[in-house]
Design a protein. Structure first.
Length: 149
């Protein structure tokens, strides 16, 4: 939950709250968190397979986009786009969704046993946190620049 609950939500809530001191604290925490998160995702966009958050899949990539949005990452915004795209692609390319486009509960396919007792069919939609990238306009460097090689 660290990636898409603690660091993500606290930073979002601080932005909405308008408290500049809280914003600075949360932005600093997110900035310090991102390098460690990068180490937990392989070159193909797959996060380490561990923990009870497995069914949330590409929510793990959301902090990269949030880091670009809040301008706290030490990597270029286009690199954040590249990382988020790799994470989303790693799952969508391996059976994470039904034919109708809805997300399955599991890792790559339907694995209901990975869901917690409190997790319903909508738990997979924590993945929607990756949509934070849509808050950046088309001219934002997240979208408009080439990712470094």
């Amino acid at each position: 939950y660290n990636a898409f609950q603690l660091h993500y939500l606290r930073a979002i809530l601080a932005q909405l709250d308008g408290d500049e001191a809280a914003r600075a604290v949360q932005r600093g925490r997110l900035a310090r968190f991102l390098p460690g998160l990068r180490a937990l995702i392989d070159a193909e966009g797959r996060p380490v397979y561990v923990g009870r958050s497995l069914p949330y899949r590409f929510a793990i990539g959301a902090p990269f986009a949030l880091g670009a949005l809040l301008d706290v990452d030490d990597e270029p915004p286009a690199r954040a786009r590249q990382r988020l795209s790799a994470v989303v692609g790693a799952f969508l390319g391996r059976g994470a969704r039904h034919a109708d486009g809805t997300l399955r509960r599991g890792w790559f396919g339907e694995q209901v046993s990975l869901a917690q007792d409190y997790s319903g069919p909508a738990a997979a939609y924590f993945a929607g946190r990756a949509g934070v990238c849509l808050l950046m306009g088309p001219d934002h460097p997240f979208w408009a620049s080439d990712a470094p090689a």
